[in-house]
Write a protein that binds this ligand. Structure first.
Ligand code: GDP
Ligand code: IMO
Ligand code: MG
Length: 421
């Protein structure tokens, strides 16, 4: 068996949580491979909304194991709250939620360092979610990090203290003590709470599962344009959000990767700072935000909105090896008479159709093609046979441009508002 992958092709918030939940019945195991509580994955079913940050989005389906992989960074305080919210619904997570021993821990001081780093950057700040993601991955690659498996060691507290002492030297006279005093006891309490969960060698667990014929879906967080290597650096997150991240974040070899489902919105959004060529800093952008409820699931910040960007999408499909696509939130465009699609960029008078090295320091002018809107309500659509012609044309056009089939079309936030083609 192979591991299928589902990940974002834009700047995050494409609707990964919703689609993972929709396709989970096809899989035995759902495994998150990177990111941490910077993610906010929304699931809506039976009239209720759930937002997950660290826990994989297969958690509400029966008979599914959910694995938090070694590539994920965990904030004990946040995951404890997530678990408690689900337990309050009468769901026991101990048998179905497994955590890799190698997943790194986000300490209270990592969050302080995140804030400190953003304050130092001033106007050039990344617009981080301030969940401590960057500093935690820095300690991981700097070989100083604390892993959740370390909590099984007798000298765990000593290791924690060593790392905090290092952080204090970086922070110098920055005012951190009151925050630390507030969160440290809660952090240790959360670690005790987590001790009831099984810590696993997830690379062995997942490879053995594959050998015994189990089906696995890897769930990405963030999106390709936020990837540490391929995103709009430095305005990115600190992990590989792309398919390659599945291999390092779960310990599955490249030849074990099966289908790669790339997920994108019928338009585009971005939250935080950084370049966004098709951003609509105008009434249309505001309308998309209002209709699409484009406010961050983790931070509540306004999401910046704009038209779909084909050079960026083609790039994302290429680096991920996406074999199929899932198009989200087409219903948000229901009322628009015209829909614009960015087909090329113009940089220094030159027209290009690829994603260049740097769009941060250059003036990138998007070149648009105008398409006819469908101006019909898509939210009750159950089959593509009944779809308005202009909507079918939009999909056909995108499939031709992107050279990849759109196998899933989402027309509303609910689990049921999904068409599998
Ligand atoms: P994720 O981070 O990729 O899981 O996405 P988020 O949950 O952060 O953001 C996606 C938002 O769009 C959530 O509020 C979803 O409930 C909502 N959503 C998902 N699919 C659709 C859709 O097809 N139509 C509409 N209108 N909303 C959707
Ligand atoms: P999901 O999984 C959208 C953005 C932040 C910021 C940059 C770096 O819900 O799609 P970080 O906290 O990682 O240091 O922030 O990345 N960002 C996201 N944007 N969706 C996300 O996750 C994001 N996770 C981080 O806004 O610009
Ligand atoms: Mg999100």
């Amino acid at each position: 068996m192979k591991v299928d992958v589902l990940l974002g092709l834009q700047w995050g918030d494409e609707g990964k949580g919703k689609i993972v939940d929709v396709v989970t019945p096809k899989y035995d195991i759902i495994a998150r491979f990177q990111g941490g509580p910077n993610a906010g994955h929304t699931l809506i079913f039976e009239g209720k909304k759930h937002v997950l940050h660290t826990i994989p989005s297969g958690i509400f389906r029966d008979n599914t194991i959910n694995v938090i992989g070694n590539g994920v960074v965990i904030d004990p305080i946040i995951i404890k709250k997530e678990i408690e919210a689900i337990e309050a619904l009468g769901i026991d997570l101990v048998p179905t939620l497994l955590i890799s021993k190698k997943a790194h821990l986000i300490l209270p001081t990592h969050k302080i360092l995140d804030k400190y780093s953003e304050e130092q950057k001033g106007k050039k700040k990344i617009g981080s979610t301030l969940k401590g993601i960057g500093p935690t991955y820095m300690d991981k690659t700097g070989r100083n990090g604390l892993r959740i498996g370390d909590s099984l060691l007798p000298n765990f507290k000593e290791k924690y203290n060593t790392l905090v002492a290092k952080h204090k030297t970086i922070l110098g006279d920055y005012d951190y003590q009151s925050i630390l005093d507030e969160f440290e006891p809660e952090w240790f309490e959360a670690m005790t709470f987590l001790s009831k969960f099984t810590l696993i060698d997830s690379e062995h667990y997942l490879n053995n599962a594959l050998k015994s014929g189990k089906t696995i879906l890897a769930e990405g967080a963030q999106g390709t344009m936020l990837d540490i290597d391929f995103g709009t650096y430095p305005f990115v997150t600190s992990s590989n959000t792309t398919t390659a991240g599945t291999c390092t974040g779960l310990g599955v070899a490249p030849n074990k990767i099966g289908e790669v489902i790339g997920i994108f919105k019928a338009y585009c959004t971005r939250v935080g700072s950084g370049p966004f060529p098709t951003e609509l800093d105008n009434k249309i952008g505001e309308e998309i935000r209002k209709i699409g409820h484009e406010y961050g699931a983790t931070t509540g910040r306004n999401r910046r909105c704009g038209w779909i960007d084909l050079p960026a999408l083609k790039y994302a499909i290429m680096v991920n090896g996406a074999t199929q696509l899932s198009m989200m939130k087409a219903d948000v465009l229901d009322t628009f008479a015209e829909i614009e699609v960015c087909t090329h960029y113009e940089i220094n008078g030159k027209k290009i159709d690829y994603f260049p090295y740097d769009i941060t320091n250059l003036n990138v002018k998007p070149i648009y093609k105008k398409l006819k809107g469908w101006q019909e309500d898509l939210t009750k659509l159950e089959s593509m046979d009944d779809a308005p012609k202009a909507f079918k044309d939009y999909i056909t056009y995108l499939e031709q441009e992107l050279q990849t089939p759109i196998s899933i079309v989402s027309v509303g936030p609910d689990r049921k508002q999904t068409i599998i083609r």
